[in-house]
Write a protein that binds this ligand. Structure first.
Ligand SMILES: Nc1ncnc2c1ncn2[C@@H]1O[C@H](COP(=O)(O)OP(=O)(O)O)[C@@H](O)[C@H]1O
Ligand SMILES: O=C(CO)[C@@H](O)[C@H](O)COP(=O)(O)O
Length: 468
């Protein structure tokens, strides 16, 4: 029996799965939390991710037996290392919107169409490019001490192997990657030296081998790893044109497509997947944590929702990315004497799901797919386990929704990447062989167009409230 370990280093925690290569059976699991700074900043110490990786891997009970490993990680985070390989400062995370002015300046410098054509995406505050521009402007001494720039999963892969490498999927979220390699014109604009960046490993190739003194056996191969959404796409064995909605710290909607997306509106990010395809994706900053926060404010269990009423909640506690409103705060509207706390909580679910579902068709068409509006949605992430989330997605999408029985699809995708190194298969083929997307199908219900209209109307009419 061969065992691999797949790791998901996401925003709030690291999760590790020990998986049997032949069957995909999950033999052991581990988890360790991280801290994320509050206030206006969203930062984490990369050394905490490394500590959490060790703890999560050890907790699987298979650290000694694993024959290969791979790391999926939260996208976009800016990890800056000094000449000795130590973090210059905490990493700036994907959901830190302080870089919004720098993103806007980068966009006006080149124009939306040029960014979309070259980098695949119009950079918002989430993108590594905007974070690097923020660091140069706000903390020039930290930028000057930076000898190497990494993404979260690159940092962890490098600590495992000693190799400065990344993969095309995660690299496509920086704002300076193209299918032909790093874009030197964009790097020049950003004042970033290509020599500070990792080498992009070809899909299917090993990043290196585990070195001495880690939680794993020295000498086992390490796959290239990728961004967490790309890893979940691998973990589902996703076929082109099949949409996924992920409800976690971030909300994401995406599909693997055959065509390279380039959306100048900026709603759809034109990411690469971890193989040879594309991963158009729209992402929100306020998803499960925002709804849980509203439940806590109301003093209710997260499942204690009630139907009806006219309340609209846009739970933009962290600002928002889709729609692009980095300066927004949460908003409640349409309350009456008979509005109940349960209706307010339901409105928070609706407000969090709305922009993701509104972007779904754009995601598919941006990658050249031809959606018919009735494609089954694969629902994943922690929120997919919640009944209120499931009913909200059914009601606002009007689509059939499948809940894969497999959990932790990011870690499972990383495990499939590690297994592919051993078997010579493609990672998505490994996941299809493991049948990871199988699970109960929830039948569609009539779409709640009235709620959708209320949300669209509130969003449009509150535009000035969300400005800086
Ligand atoms: N049974 C559940 N019902 C609703 N939400 C849940 C449930 N279990 C976990 N969650 C939510 O899922 C979130 C974690 O999701 P996860 O996908 O693991 O996060 P991440 O994006 O950080 O990897 C938590 O913030 C929690 O609110
Ligand atoms: O920024 C994005 C996608 O572009 C986020 O989806 C991050 O990749 C964070 O993921 P989670 O911690 O929610 O898994």
């Amino acid at each position: 029996m061969q065992v691999v370990i797949g790791i998901d280093s996401s925003t709030q925690s690291t999760k590790a799965l020990a998986v049997e290569v032949g069957t995909g059976a999950v033999l052991g699991e581990g988890r360790a939390a991280h801290t994320v700074s509050g206030g206006g900043a969203r930062e984490s110490d990369p050394r905490e991710w490394w500590r959490a990786l060790g703890e999560a891997v050890a907790a699987t009970g298979y650290a000694e037996q694993a024959a290969a490993v791979s790391v999926g990680g939260q996208q976009h985070g800016l990890v800056t290392l000094d000449a000795a390989g130590e973090p210059v400062r905490p990493a700036l995370l994907w959901n830190d919107v302080r870089s919004a002015p720098q993103a806007a300046a980068l966009v006006s410098e080149l124009g939306r169409t040029t960014w979309a054509r070259r980098a695949g995406s119009v950079p918002g505050a989430a993108f590594t490019a905007a974070k690097w521009a923020w660091l140069r402007e706000v903390e020039p001494e930290a930028a000057a001490r930076t000898a190497a720039v990494r993404l979260p999963h690159d940092y962890l892969t490098e600590r495992l192997t000693g190799a400065a490498v990344t993969d095309r999927g995660d690299a496509s979220g920086t704002g300076w990657w193209t299918p032909e390699g790093y874009d030197h014109r964009l790097l020049q604009l950003l004042g970033l030296d290509a020599g500070m960046l990792p080498e992009v490993v070809e899909p299917g190739k090993a990043a290196g081998y585990v070195g001495a003194g880690t939680a794993l056996r020295a000498g086992i191969p390490v796959a290239a790893g990728t961004g967490d959404n790309m890893a979940a796409a691998l973990g589902l064995g996703l076929e082109a044109g099949r949409p996924v909605l992920s409800l976690g710290t971030s909300g994401t909607v995406y599909a693997v497509t055959r065509g390279r997306p380039a959306d100048p509106s900026g709603t759809v990010c034109g990411f690469a997947d971890a193989l040879d395809g594309w991963l158009p994706l729209a992402c929100t900053l306020n998803c499960t944590l925002a709804v849980d926060r509203v439940a806590a404010l109301l003093g209710r269990d997260r499942e204690a929702v009630e139907p009806g009423g006219t309340a609209v909640v846009l739970p933009y506690f962290d600002g928002e990315r889709t729609p692009d409103l980095p300066y927004a705060a949460g908003l409640m509207q349409g309350l009456r004497h008979d509005t109940t706390p349960g209706q307010l909580l339901q409105a928070a679910y609706d407000g969090a799901a709305y922009s993701l579902l509104a972007a779904l068709e754009q995601v598919l068409t941006a990658g050249g797919e031809r959606p018919d509006g009735a494609e089954e949605l694969l629902l994943i992430g922690g929120g997919a386990q919640g009944a209120a989330w499931q009913r909200t997605v059914l009601r606002l999408s009007g689509r059939p929704v499948r809940i894969p029985a497999a959990r932790e699809l990011v870690a499972l995708g990383a495990a499939a990447q590690a297994a592919a190194l051993l078997t010579g298969e493609r990672a998505d083929e490994v996941a299809r062989r493991w049948n990871t997307a199988a699970g109960p199908l929830l039948e569609p219900v009539a779409r709640d167009d009235e709620a959708l209209r209320r949300l669209a109307d509130t969003l449009q009419r509150s535009a000035t409230l969300f400005e800086k």
